[in-house]
Design a protein. Structure first.
Length: 752
């Protein structure tokens, strides 16, 4: 080196050498460079931080994961017992080992760590053919994954898992691997290891487990949170047990009579610990955490999870659901549920999955995440499609008269209203407000079932998959939905047409305080009980799935107490004094589900009452006023007590006009300043460009049956006379206003 030559920075020199290597300036054959660089890359990616299987024998010190409400109130602690009881393989019952091997890894005693045919290839087939994501992991892979690796789902982690599985099989015997598996894998909650699982769920030692209990526990490690009997869907644990028993039968471990006896055996599962607040919500959050980070990290990693829940509101909602459901026992109502969200942010503020999580009759069943029929609560989504596509306006006339819809090869569908009556000509505002069924079915026929399903899916309804499964009755609640999806879909109306995904988590920190996740949103308020003005609608992130004009019109109709007065009265439980609240009820025809969903620009509450076993309620529960609405009313009053009265924001492209009360047409006199406009009128809102321009003309010359003074049937020629009558029409037929109505209106048949 020359005396005055500056010394190059080592990092600069390294980059220079790599550059020269690529350009061929160094005397190092390129043919050797590529494999060398590839080796370095693979080593850095996979082998550099690869843990040793010898660590499987070491016990890590678990740390508690805390789940908090938005103000820091501790809801639940997820932890693994530090003094876990280890157990020898020889102390375990044979049927437990067989059940585990059968359901998790039937080729366990034959492979050397991985099972290319029975595991990996089957997983590939299930993933691409059956569209079911599968891991294809052996028991050995599961052991190293849970004990040594992170839960990330990447190709790199899978390669590490396979390498460690081979390595583990080279170090340990099959019996040692099984023993470590039974002592280290999670079985849900605080149950890490089979001995803790047996004590947690059955209050007994693992050596004393029956076949039914062994099959039950053997099914849990694949997805402990999903299959937990304490989780949101306790029925999944029983279904999983049956799957284990079926696999044991197929593999020859048990006989058919053993399987049937085990399936019939009543499992005396210990009730969950009661040191938990907002249990349905906590289990919902835990399931989300398990999907993101895996069982080991949430059970032992010491996470701090700040949720969106407001425990003050949650506590009030729980008490309200429990007390109001108790009042409905004479009406054969045994359960209720509620969910409260902030539409502009998607935050879940309260979640009551049933009247009592700790009750013995499936109290931990979470109705908010379960499929139920919505009844008429689905109607606003149907009308929104018609308004958004400019097929109808809020003034469009529907004839609520006897109508049958005929589909070739099917029995005619003849809907009726829940009060058993027909209400004649009614404009869309009042058809939706009063929840008349026949106009809603006509709206569905105009829109088309496929179009409504596609739009509902865009709004957030995830359960409407195959249009061929549904008919026109979909608008009366003929398809199943979850409360969470309905809250999301109605949130679209509150959000001026923007869909927000629901979110239960504000922040996640690891045990060192490092932020792993933070929910950022300009509309978030740490204290939801202080006065909140209009959300910054321009800053609501999400997909626009509905025009702001249609969202305004639907919201305005649903808050119009006058529009629903005919069926619900002027002082129903749907009214929140001094607050403009858009609200819709829904009850299924068979009285199995009863809903109320209502919202303002800042808050939305959905309530359901019914029975977990789907048995019908008393027929008195007709419109939602008696069952769900009192609960909804109390929660909304509590929630909105300190809030300003916020009406839906009116877009500039919404205009108002006077229209004729009878027909929805334009008044014959165009001068809006005239006292006499030529017909009784009312004021209505329209999307600019859709205001009716055709003037009302009621008098028409029509064919009348002289025998009964009614409209003649189509193609009728006998006893017919042409007369001038007052006629109103909808898209499917005519109605004579001054004809004989005794005996009711004739049935209109619509061919589809």
């Amino acid at each position: 080196m020359k005396a005055n030559q500056p010394t190059e920075n080592p990092e600069t020199l390294r980059h220079k050498n790599i550059t020269n290597l690529i350009r061929g300036k160094l005397k190092f054959p390129i043919i050797f460079a590529i494999p060398f660089l590839a080796t370095v890359y693979i080593y850095t990616l996979i082998f550099a931080d690869l843990p040793s299987p010898t660590k499987l024998r070491l016990n890590n010190i678990p740390q508690t994961t805390k789940i908090l409400d938005r103000q820091g109130v501790l809801l639940y602690e997820i932890y693994a017992e530090q003094n876990r009881t280890l157990i020898k393989l020889g102390e375990l019952p044979k049927n437990l080992i067989e059940a585990t091997v059968s359901i998790e890894d039937k080729e366990f005693y034959k492979h050397k760590g991985i099972n290319p045919v029975g595991g990996i290839l089957r997983a590939v087939k299930d993933t691409f053919v059956k569209k079911q994501l599968q891991g294809g992991s052996t028991i050995t892979q599961q052991l190293v994954k849970n004990a040594l690796l992170t839960p990330e789902r990447t190709v790199t982690r899978k390669i590490k898992e396979i390498i460690l599985a081979f390595w583990t099989e080279a170090i340990y015997s099959k019996e040692q691997i099984l023993e470590m598996y039974f002592n280290q894998v999670p079985y849900g909650g605080t149950a890490w290891g089979i001995e803790a699982a047996a004590e947690t769920y059955f209050d007994k030692k693992a050596k004393d487990l029956s076949l039914a209990e062994a099959a039950f526990l053997a099914g849990l490690p694949a997805a402990p949170t999903t299959y937990s009997p304490y989780g949101a869907h306790p029925e999944r644990s029983k279904n999983r047990q049956k799957a284990v028993l079926n696999r044991m039968l197929e593999d020859g471990y048990i006989k058919k009579e053993d399987k049937e006896k085990a399936e019939k055996e009543k499992l005396n599962i210990r009730p969950p610990k009661t040191d938990i607040k907002a249990p349905h919500f906590v289990m919902f959050v835990r399931e989300k955490l398990a999907e993101l980070y895996g069982e080991q990290l949430i059970g032992q990693g010491g996470l701090k999870v700040t949720t969106t829940l407001d425990y003050k509101l949650q506590e009030f909602s729980e008490q309200t659901v429990a007390s109001e459901v108790a009042k409905l026992s004479d009406l054969h109502v045994t359960n209720g549920a509620a969910i409260v969200i902030r539409p502009p942010t998607g935050e879940i503020l309260a979640m009551v999955g049933s009247k009592d999580y700790f009750s013995t009759d499936s109290g931990n069943f979470n109705v908010t995440t379960s499929l139920r029929q919505p009844g008429s609560a689905i109607k606003p989504l149907n009308y929104a499609v018609g308004i958004d596509t400019r097929k109808v306006t809020a003034a469009t006339l529907f004839l609520d008269t006897p109508t049958c819809f005929q589909v070739p090869g099917q029995k005619a569908y003849c809907p009726v209203n829940y009060d058993g009556k027909f209400h004649g000509p009614t404009q869309l505002r009042f058809s939706l407000g009063n929840s008349f069924n026949i106009p809603a079915v006509k709206m569905m026929a105009v829109n088309g079932v496929e179009t409504v399903i596609a739009s509902a899916s865009a709004y957030g309804i995830s359960s409407f998959k195959d249009p061929s499964r549904y008919g026109l009755s979909l608008t009366l609640g003929g398809g199943e939905v979850t409360m969470i999806d309905m809250a999301k879909a109605f949130g679209v109306f509150a959000n001026t047409g923007i869909k927000r995904e629901l979110n239960p988590i504000l922040k996640i920190e690891d045990n060192n305080g490092k932020v792993l996740f933070k929910f950022e949103d300009p509309n978030i308020s740490s204290d939801i009980h202080r006065e909140l003005n209009y959300p910054s609608s321009l800053l609501i992130p999400g997909e626009r799935v509905l025009s702001s004009e249609t969202a305004f019109l639907i919201s305005h109709i649903l808050l119009d107490n006058n529009a629903r007065q005919q069926m619900f009265g002027s002082n129903s439980q749907l009214v929140i004094p001094k607050k403009a609240v858009s609200v819709k009820t829904g009850t299924t025809d068979d009285k199995r589900d009863n809903w109320t969903i209502g919202y303002t620009p800042n808050f939305l509450t959905a309530v359901w009452v019914g029975n977990n076993d789907n048995t019908p309620m008393h027929p008195y529960l007709t419109s939602g006023i008696t069952g769900a609405s009192p609960i909804w009313n109390l929660i909304m009053k509590n929630l909105l007590g300190n809030q300003p009265d916020l009406w839906p924001k009116q877009p500039a492209s919404i205009v108002g006009a006077h229209i004729c009360t009878n027909s929805g047409k334009a008044p014959p006199v165009s001068d809006n300043n005239s006292v006499d406009r030529g017909c009784p009128t009312r004021y209505e809102y329209f999307i600019k460009g859709t205001v009716p321009t055709a003037p009302e003309v009621l008098k028409k010359t029509v064919a009348i049956d002289k025998g009964n003074n009614k409209l003649a049937y189509p193609n009728q020629t006998d006893n017919v006379e042409m007369q001038e009558k007052q006629i109103v029409s909808d898209m499917f037929g005519d109605l004579c206003l001054d004809c004989e109505t005794e005996g009711g209106n004739p049935v209109t048949y619509v061919k589809l």
